[in-house]
Design a protein around this ligand. Structure first.
Ligand code: NAD
Length: 448
């Protein structure tokens, strides 16, 4: 179901009319492509308060050329050319009280207007210190600041907060947030605080080379995009879907040089069958299969409840347990589960779906530290907002339009946006990202 409003706003009369009427004007987002793999401009590093982070070597490897501050919000690159910054990284890890918090305003106020369309602002914060309520207040203030700036900045620009203690451990996260791959991720707070473990040397263009990834529900929609993106990054992919989708699954697997596995993930022995299919082990497990059976609770028969809970949550718990217990998921492995903003904010007509997706959040938060300590496997979730797929094409028109427009980017996301986020979490270099629920929702106004 194409977004006709979005297409209309890209025409001259559409631009004129929507501006005159004060209607949303969704920006054309800069997404990753082989022809345009990096942001269009330099990165401007700024600091608020004293910082102990050794950021410079890490920023130098993230992609954009690192610049220094020039006059009137410009960034001056090493060759002396002044340009508008495409990215700003504000190191606010040293903000400890309301006085040093003023440094955030002082640093960003003069440059925020110059950031190019589809540019990135990343604020770096420190973990909240439970023994210091002034530091906690000032660091928590960064969250409200980040989410508010994300809502007002416009032009396809994104604003995110990363809490970290070690710049090196956050390199994969910064590389993702400072690239076109994170086009639909805004207003997020991401903790990069787990013990990272050794990062194996990898080809940055193909970080998943030599790794095997299994994606459930991958015959179409978001799952198919995840399989494609993981294959682009070098993984050998296993495309799992139900028997009715076997043909699509096989076609995709053939195209990606992977294999198809026809299996209903709710089968009691699904974990055992996956393990039998992968005697060499598995590195990346993406729980993407999901269904909706919407009804208000008063009209919901038990079967609608149980089918959604079974596909979206119980099967995720069962297969995760089985694959961890059997050792199929190798050390250094990654589990990425799929939640939803409906599980965070709730949604009328979706008590079953909202419960199942909130359950994913509970699973991730509880299992993440244990899975890392006992198996060397990280566990994170993506929480998509409104993504243009067959699932959302079936949503009634009015609710569909609201879903598309009610976010800071004023448009729906694409399956590839969830896929890029999954690929970052699946990266061998993302070992310090654990127990996170990252919304891919363009900063949806629902529960954001
Ligand atoms: P989709 O309906 O287009 O695709 C879902 C895939 O899962 C299908 O190929 C389907 O055959 C497969 N599947 C369903 N039940 C299965 C089972 N028992 N065993 C194996 N495979 C099964 O959905 P989508 O929009 O691509 O959504 C993918 C995931 O993202 C789901 O978990 C969904 O809840 C979640 N999500 C989507 C959106 C969105 O806006 N599209 C928003 C939030 C969350």
């Amino acid at each position: 179901m194409p977004d006709r409003y979005l297409s209309f706003t890209r025409t001259a009369p559409g631009r004129f009319l929507t501006r005159r009427l004060g209607l949303p004007q969704p920006a054309a987002l800069h997404r990753w492509s082989p022809d345009r793999p990096a942001l269009d401009g330099p990165l401007l590093p700024l600091t608020a308060g004293p910082s102990a982070l050794d950021l410079a070597p890490v920023l130098a490897r993230t992609g954009p050329a690192v610049a220094t501050r020039g006059p009137e919000g410009t960034a001056v690159d090493p060759a002396g050319g002044a340009a508008r910054p495409a990215a700003v990284v504000l190191d606010a890890t040293g903000v400890r009280d309301v006085d040093t918090l003023a440094g955030v305003h002082a640093a960003l106020h003069p440059v925020v207007r110059s950031v190019v369309p589809s540019g990135r602002i990343v604020v770096l914060g420190a973990p909240l210190d439970p023994a210091d309520h002034h530091q906690s207040a000032a660091q928590q203030a960064l969250e409200g600041f980040t989410r508010s700036l994300g809502k007002e900045i416009g032009g396809g620009r994104t604003v995110n907060l990363v809490r970290l203690t070690d710049a090196g451990a956050a390199e994969s996260t910064l590389r993702f947030l400072l690239s076109p791959r994170s086009a639909y991720v805004s207003g997020q707070v991401i903790d990069v605080l787990a013990a990272a473990g050794p990062v194996p040397p990898a080809d940055p263009g193909r970080p998943l080379a030599g790794r095997t990834a299994l994606v459930t529900g991958a015959a179409r929609g978001i799952g198919a995009a995840v399989a494609e993106t993981l294959a682009r990054d070098g993984a050998r992919v296993v495309v799992l879907d139900v028997p009715q989708a076997a043909q699509d699954a096989r076609r995709l697997a053939d195209r990606l040089g992977g294999t198809a596995l026809t299996l209903d993930i709710t089968a009691a022995d699904a974990g055992e069958r996956i393990a039998a299919e992968l005697p060499g082990g598995l590195d990346v497990l993406v729980h993407n299969a999901g269904v909706t059976r919407d009804r208000r609770l008063v009209n919901m028969p038990a079967e609608r409840w149980s089918s959604v809970l079974d596909v979206n949550l119980a099967s995720v718990l069962r297969t995760t347990d089985a694959l961890l217990a059997k050792g199929t998921l190798r050390p250094g492995g990654r589990i990425v589960a799929t939640a939803s903003i409906a599980g965070l904010a709730g949604n009328a007509g979706q008590t079953n779906y909202g419960a199942s997706k909130a359950g994913i959040v509970g699973l991730v938060r509880s299992l993440a530290p244990r899975a890392l300590a006992e198996h060397g496997v990280t566990v994170n979730a993506v929480a998509p907002g409104f993504i243009e797929t067959r699932m959302t094409a079936a949503v009634p028109l009015f609710i569909r339009e609201a879903g598309r427009r009610m976010n800071s980017l004023a448009q729906g996301g694409l399956p590839v946006d969830v896929a890029e986020t999954t690929a970052w979490l699946a990266d061998p270099a993302s070992g310090a990202v654990n127990g996170q629920v990252v919304r891919v929702c363009g900063q949806s106004l629902l529960g954001a």
